[in-house]
Design a protein around this ligand. Structure first.
Ligand SMILES: Cc1cc2nc3c(=O)[nH]c(=O)nc-3n(C[C@H](O)[C@H](O)[C@H](O)COP(=O)(O)OP(=O)(O)OC[C@H]3O[C@@H](n4cnc5c(N)ncnc54)[C@H](O)[C@@H]3O)c2cc1C
Ligand code: FES
Length: 337
């Protein structure tokens, strides 16, 4: 049964399942999601959205509702689209407008790991293991127990037997950081709210460059976990993982496992600290030249603290690279903080 990820304009993603030969609009309606529509006949164009990946058939419609050019670019009419495989569809409306919204899931903390002085990993088990779906690279808001607050965290694994991992920078005095480093106990009840975010792995049709700063590694671990599970061959993927000090380098064993399982995946780590023993010293930008981007024919994914993301964006201008596609996520501090 095709599973369709509906991405709303406000970053919320909801998943619906289409039974055999079902139109997207009917599947959404069954899930109580009101995609904007009017005629349901392929005439008005109100239900036009963009299908980013997946295969589908279209019933009949008129050119005024969807032009040939638009259809060639992946635009679809939800009232005429019959998904044939899992698809990702962008809906040009907010989730609230579609009488939808992010969902809240009850979870239990099963494990907290001090991966280094600066990094903590933790695992949550969903109370209803099959209730959550997300696109690899997305994030959820995780409640901080004992408070009314939550913090955004990218998944750092795929959903595995109802469990999901996270990778968090330990910020001294930070609300979630203090909970995780001093109070967290397996069995604690946490809620997660989401999933959200436009930073997710698209279909890989050309070489990809993954650029991670610190715990910005998290969404890439989820993407690589997803690729390993799918087992399809991919174009070359290179990950450059930048950290401040040697002690900040975590999950290298997992990266080595991915490199063993995914024939086209390679990675390098660079450390900013000049006293580092790493082969590559300096910032991520010190190790990126035009030759790394196949003349621009590269999909770039970038995630990390805001200054690192900005530095890399500027670096592309300096080295004159305009990647075929460029997706980034900044780990901004929460508004409450
Ligand atoms: C979409 C998204 C996804 C995210 N995913 C992750 C993730 O996977 N892993 C992860 O470690 N973080 C991630 N973050 C950041 C995370 O949401 C928190 O902001 C961070 O963990 C700090 O939370 P805290 O409660 O420990 O500190 P807070 O109590 O929020 O803050 C304590 C102090 O630290 C400052 N501060 C907070 N965050 C930062 C920062 N990033 N850099 C510098 N100073 C900061 C605050 O301004 C405040 O002064 C993500 C943020 C966003 C927006
Ligand atoms: S609702 Fe009018 S074209 Fe789909």
């Amino acid at each position: 049964m095709p599973r369709i990820a509906l991405n709303f304009e406000d970053g919320v993603t909801r998943f619906v399942e289409c039974v055999t030969n079902e139109r997207l609009v009917d599947a959404a309606y069954r899930a109580r999601l009101n995609i904007p529509m009017d005629c349901r006949d392929g005439v008005c164009g109100t239900c036009k959205c963009h299908c980013e990946s997946g295969s589908y058939d279209m019933d009949s419609y008129i050119d005024e509702a969807l032009t040939e050019d638009e259809a060639a670019q992946g635009f679809v009419l939800a009232c005429q689209m019959r998904p044939r495989s899992d698809c990702v569809v962008n809906i040009p409306a907010t989730s609230a407008l579609c009488k939808s919204g992010a969902l809240t899931f009850a979870t239990q903390l099963t494990d907290v790991r001090r991966l280094s002085d600066s990094t903590i990993g933790f695992t949550l088990a969903l109370e209803e293991p099959d209730s959550l779906s997300f696109l690899p690279g997305q994030y959820v808001k995780v409640s901080v127990p004992g408070t009314e607050q939550s913090r955004a965290y990218s998944f750092s694994s795929r959903l595995n037997d109802g469990r999901i991992d996270f990778l968090v920078r330990n910020i001294p005095g930070g609300l979630m950081s203090t909970y995780l480093s001093e109070q967290a106990t397996p069995g604690d009840q946490l809620t997660i709210h989401g999933p959200s975010g436009a930073f997710y792995l698209r279909d890989l049709n050309r070489p990809a460059m993954f650029l991670a700063g610190g715990t910005g590694l998290a969404p890439f671990l989820a993407m690589l976990d997803h690729l390993r599970e799918k087992g399809d061959s991919t174009p070359p993927i290179r990950l450059l993982y930048g950290v401040t000090r040697d002690a900040d380098m975590v999950e290298v064993g997992r990266l080595e496992e991915f490199a063993g399982a995914l024939p086209n995946f390679t990675f390098d780590v660079c450390v900013a600290d000049t006293a580092s023993t790493a082969d590559r010293k300096g910032f991520v930008t010190d190790h990126l030249g035009p030759e790394d981007f196949h003349g621009g024919d590269t999909d770039v994914y970038l995630c990390g603290p805001p200054p690192m993301v900005e530095a890399v964006r500027k670096h592309f201008d300096i080295i004159g690279i305009k990647p075929a596609s460029f997706h980034y996520e900044k780990f901004n501090a929460s508004e409450a903080a």
